[in-house]
Each structure stands twice: as structure tokens, then as C-alpha cells.
Design a protein around this ligand. Structure first.
Ligand SMILES: [Zn+2]
Length: 65
């Protein structure tokens, strides 16, 4: 009844077997994982972050003290 689950690596499309032999699943390897994470970070930088706003709020509050 044990069925091997296979997924396609989001980085390169290679088939990855979904078990403990693939520590980087759904990626086939660490390299593909890092590439994907890098794209994530790049996309977040493109969006004007609301995190900046709350950070400057904290700053002005501390300034008033
Ligand atoms: Zn890959």
C-alpha cells in the first residue's frame, strides 16, 4: 500500500521522491532551494514594505522620549 510520492522540483522540474531521502523536497537539491528562496527575497524587495512604516513609527516614539 506504500506508494512513492513524487513531485517536480519547482526549480528545475526534475522528479523528486517525497521521502526522507530528499531533504530538500520539494526541491531536488540545495541549489534549487536556494535559487527559489533568492527569487522570493527579490520579489519582496520590489514591494514597498509596510514593515518600514511600522519601523519608523517605533523610531519617532523613541525620539519623543
Ligand atoms: Zn531542481
Amino acid at each position: 500500500m506504500t506508494e512513492t510520492i513524487k513531485v517536480n522540483c519547482p526549480g528545475c522540474g526534475k522528479v523528486v521522491i517525497w521521502d526522507e531521502t530528499s531533504p530538500y523536497r520539494p526541491f531536488c537539491c540545495k541549489r534549487c532551494q536556494l535559487i527559489d528562496l533568492g527569487e522570493w527575497a527579490a520579489e519582496e524587495k520590489r514591494i514597498p514594505s509596510s514593515g518600514d512604516l511600522s519601523e519608523s513609527d517605533d523610531w519617532s516614539e523613541e525620539d519623543l522620549r
